[in-house]
Write a new protein. Structure first.
Length: 292
């Protein structure tokens, strides 16, 4: 009798205590996605960042995701300037009071432009400085049953950045995904968008070539084909869009904390970030305009 009762209780816990992918029902959480912060120690950028920090602290999420271009800018080299920018961001980002997961952006590729006084022989070249201050350029973490993959979709060619995932990272990704249950919800975070309508809406600015902004985008997404890729969070373009592909994956370009700098125009809405709420295994979000 006791044995039957114990089995019944265990079965009840399995059926009613967990979802299919192992997350406890009611084990909900929230996070914020900020991209293109473009932080630097001047009054405009620093004051804007302070406003964003206050909004995030009001929301009180479990953690912060940053979608790249945390600082502005180290592509033209100058080690002293680069070090000062990264130190400033590291100190300022502590004000969130939450874990911060960063993504490498093009403005964090050190010394890649031809006018840089440093070259490819410098130990900080390309991602070296980023790694010294912010850690690995690609990694994964798990939070309450959800699997997050933060990738580096940037490379350098002819002293300019391109969208590309190198072979070593692709091999690492496939190995990591092999350990993720097929029914587990997955979130992918990149800087340059994998899927976007920007070039169709604004062909003069976006190119309108029909080619993906990340060269091996198709191979990258193919790696996720047998997984529940729920969200792809993107940045770089400083505009906001949500593309729901086949009712399976939302490709969300998250606007920008920095807004639209003058060279990009002012057409795409206020400065802000996204708040995500995960409830009963599903994600909802809202755009948070931190000014006004």
């Amino acid at each position: 009798m006791r044995c039957h009762l114990k089995i019944s209780l265990l079965l009840f816990a399995f059926l009613f205590g967990f979802t299919a992918y192992g997350q406890k029902k009611g084990d909900d959480f929230s996070f914020v996605f900020l991209t293109d912060i473009h932080l630097r120690p001047d009054s405009v950028a620093a004051n804007a960042f302070s406003k964003a920090v206050r909004k995030v602290r009001e929301i009180d999420p479990d953690f912060v995701l940053s979608g790249g271009d945390q600082v502005f800018d180290v592509m033209r080299g100058n080690q002293a300037k680069g070090d000062s920018l990264f130190r400033f961001y590291v100190e300022q980002s502590k004000r969130f009071g939450k874990p911060v997961y960063n993504t490498v952006g093009n403005h964090e590729l050190f010394g890649i432009y031809k006018e840089s006084p440093e070259d490819s022989n410098h130990p900080d070249y390309k991602t070296g400085m980023y790694e010294r201050y912010l850690g690995a350029t690609y990694y994964t973490f798990r939070h309450k049953g959800w699997h997050f993959f933060v990738l580096n979709v940037l490379d350098v060619e002819n002293q300019a950045y391109i969208g590309n995932v190198d072979d070593r990272q692709m091999s690492w990704l496939k190995e990591e995904l092999s350990r993720v249950p097929a029914d587990a919800p997955v979130v992918l975070v990149v800087h340059i968008p994998l899927v976007t309508a920007y070039g169709d809406i604004y062909p003069a600015a976006g190119g309108g070539s029909g080619k993906p902004l990340v060269r091996n985008r198709d191979a990258l997404l193919e790696a996720f084909k047998n997984h529940r890729l729920k969200l792809v969070l993107q940045g770089h373009l400083h505009w906001f869009e949500d593309l729901n592909i086949e009712g399976k994956t939302h490709f969300i370009t998250g606007g920008a904390v920095a807004g639209r700098p003058s060279w990009k125009g002012e057409r795409h809405g206020p400065r802000g970030f996204l708040r995500f709420d995960i409830k009963n295994g599903e994600a909802t979000y809202e755009f948070i305009a931190y000014e006004g």
